[in-house]
Design a protein. Structure first.
Length: 617
């Protein structure tokens, strides 16, 4: 259901949320999110987006299973004893991984378990990392992929002067459809108000210029932009349309008539993304990681004398860790072992002797790295279904189409920065990336890192002033930012990948495979606006583009029908107030990009100020 009221930035403040609004957790909005609807004392509820502190060994296990599930027909081959033994041996022998027998055995057993469920899931959905990061190589058919490749060709095959190279990309990133061009511009954009109806695919250009200019507001804080908002399209996902998503308002910067066929293909890919988004959003919808934090386990269970807290942590962790152990552990070794007293060190409290002895203890003791137990399936959160929850109100999706183009003169792409998508104006809760074409490039990937619960760390029992276990077990250090690098996912052609906006992600570098030939990677990005809230969409904002409006006027027998092109250009150049010309739009885009870049850098600094602190007992 498209809305024309109670929308942030339209008729409400930028940070408006109704009392019943129950937003998904978001790394940009780490202030309890959905939790305040489930707990009586709001002030005592901790942030909801922290994922559990995870051992390096568990991350290694996830990397092993991710690699296996990249193999063709893995779900069938895993039941072949010979092939499974080969994969297990490859995991054990992987350079730099230090995989143990128990780790490898758990991986093979979990893969067998997941394979039994793989064929029962729509679109071949595979969970890769907590959060949840989800991948599928079959959700979008080869036919739809070919249709998309053909449908974007008219956007690519334009004169060189028309190509829209992304600013600052050194002409390596070609924007075909980008939300930073002609976005909502507070103080400039015109929007339809309550009772004025909505812009549709059929009339969005004809209604260009209608509505009132959106009032510029003061941003409540830096997480909101006082100047811009990306513009989503409206998507109908009701059951009455044969399960096919249907775009009902224009995709910003994609002409709804000229590219009608491309609209239908994007609808198919949105439809394919829904089962993956369901999997990605399920733990957020049910606060799964939040509810299964260590302190909740402590309050939920009464431990018996022969039980450890780790015995109760099988819900979300393969390798729970709550007790630091050493072997060898010379802490209480007799003084006959280790360095002996030298001449002049007869005093019981000789500082030089104890300095040498303590250094020997530190150098000698070895942290016992944790192992998984016998395989036991981790619990899944309750199912979540976007269609069931929001079939009546629909989704809002921000669309981007971009190519990374490499040449012999520019053979390498340097990768991106750590970030989450958008600002809080967009309320993006999850992303779907479809990699629909790759040619002559080295393997490329997308990396993820998680914001980790420091409280979980404080539940680990360790001796005072002993911190060396922390980097050995978790890859973290005292006073380091509370982030953990989770791993990467291969971004091969045909892959559909979804992930939530509680994880930072970073595009990894790649280059031409054969430097004598050009190469590319082409991406369709779908940013899902949190369906618990409505933001300004293209249904509220009729077309802002002067070039589209001019074509519409010409088709109706306007100026271009009676004047030579050169005179028509002069007339349309004088139309200053509205709509917006391309030159002006690109200036606004540069301002948007400058502000967003500053925002991303500042957010990273804020996140990195929160550090691990190994409290003493």
């Amino acid at each position: 259901m498209i809305s024309d009221s109670d929308i942030p930035g339209l008729d409400q403040p930028l940070n408006y949320e109704s009392e019943s609004t129950c937003l998904f957790p978001n790394l940009l909005n780490n202030d309890k999110g959905r939790a305040h609807h489930e707990y009586s004392n709001y002030e005592e509820v901790p942030p909801t987006i922290e994922l559990p502190l995870t051992t390096l060994r568990e991350f290694t296990m996830l990397h092993i299973m991710n690699a296996v599930t990249d193999k063709p027909n893995w779900n069938i081959k895993i039941f072949d004893d010979e092939i499974r033994a080969k994969w297990k041996a490859e995991a054990l022998d992987a350079p730099g991984k230090a995989v143990t027998e128990r780790m490898a055995e758990w991986c093979m057993e979990e893969l067998k378990y997941n394979a039994t469920r793989f064929d029962k899931t729509a679109g071949g959905v595979i969970k890769v990392y907590n959060g949840d990061v989800v991948k599928s190589d079959t959700a979008v058919s080869h036919m739809v992929k070919a249709e998309l490749q053909a449908a974007v060709r008219p956007l690519e095959e334009v004169p060189e002067w028309e190509k829209d190279w992304h600013p600052g990309s050194d002409e390596k990133v070609l924007d075909l459809v980008h939300p930073s061009l002609f976005p909502v511009i507070y103080g400039r954009t015109r929007a339809l108000g309550k009772g004025e109806g909505f812009a549709t695919l059929e009339n969005c250009i004809a209604r260009c210029g209608e509505g009132d200019v959106l009032e510029k507001q003061k941003a409540p804080d830096k997480r909101y932009s006082a100047d811009f908002q990306w513009l989503p399209c409206e998507v109908d996902i009701s059951e009455g349309i044969n399960g096919q998503a249907r775009i009902t308002s224009y995709v910003n910067n994609l002409h709804p008539i000229k590219h009608k066929n491309l609209y239908h293909i994007i609808e198919k890919i949105i439809t394919a993304s829904i089962p993956l988004w369901n999997k990605t959003l399920a733990p957020l919808a049910h606060l799964w990681y939040h509810k299964n934090r260590a302190e909740y386990i402590v309050s939920r269970y009464v431990l018996q004398p022969d039980e450890k807290l780790s015995d109760k942590r099988e819900v979300i962790l393969r390798i729970p860790y709550y007790d630091v152990e050493y072997d060898p552990d010379p802490e209480h070794a007799p003084e006959t072992e280790g360095p002996q007293r030298l001449e002049g060190e007869d005093d019981k409290w000789s500082r030089s002797y104890w300095d040498r002895r303590n250094q020997w203890i530190e150098d000698t003791r070895k942290v016992v790295l944790p192992e998984p137990g016998a395989f036991r399936p981790l619990e899944d959160p309750p199912p979540f279904d976007l269609r069931k929850e929001f079939g009546g109100t629909g989704l809002q999706v921000i669309v981007k189409l971009a190519n990374i183009e490499l040449t012999a003169e520019k053979p390498e792409y340097g990768g991106g920065t750590w970030h989450v998508e958008g600002q809080l104006n967009e309320h993006i809760c999850a992303t779907a990336l479809y990699y629909y074409s790759s040619s002559n490039i080295t393997p490329s990937s997308l990396a993820f890192r998680q914001h980790t619960s420091d409280f979980t760390r404080s539940r680990i029992m360790h001796r005072q002033d002993q911190h060396e276990w922390f980097p050995n077990v978790f890859g973290c250090n005292q006073y380091w930012p509370t982030f953990q690098n989770v791993g990467v996912v291969d971004t091969r052609e045909g892959r559909l990948l979804t992930f939530p906006n509680i994880l930072q992600h970073q595009v990894q570098p790649f280059k031409l495979e054969d430097r004598t030939k050009p190469g590319h990677r082409k991406i369709l990005a779908l940013f899902l606006v949190d369906p618990n809230i409505k933001i300004i969409s293209s249904a509220n904002v009729p077309c802002q583009r002067k070039d589209w409006w001019r074509e519409e006027i010409g088709c109706q027998g306007g100026i271009d029908a009676v004047l030579p092109r050169e005179l028509g250009d002069l007339v349309f150049e004088k139309v200053e107030e509205f709509p917006i010309g391309m030159e002006e739009a690109k200036k606004w885009r540069l301002k948007l990009m400058k502000k967003r870049k500053a925002f991303v850098l500042k957010e990273v600094k804020i996140f990195e100020k929160e550090t691990f602190s190994l409290c003493e007992h």
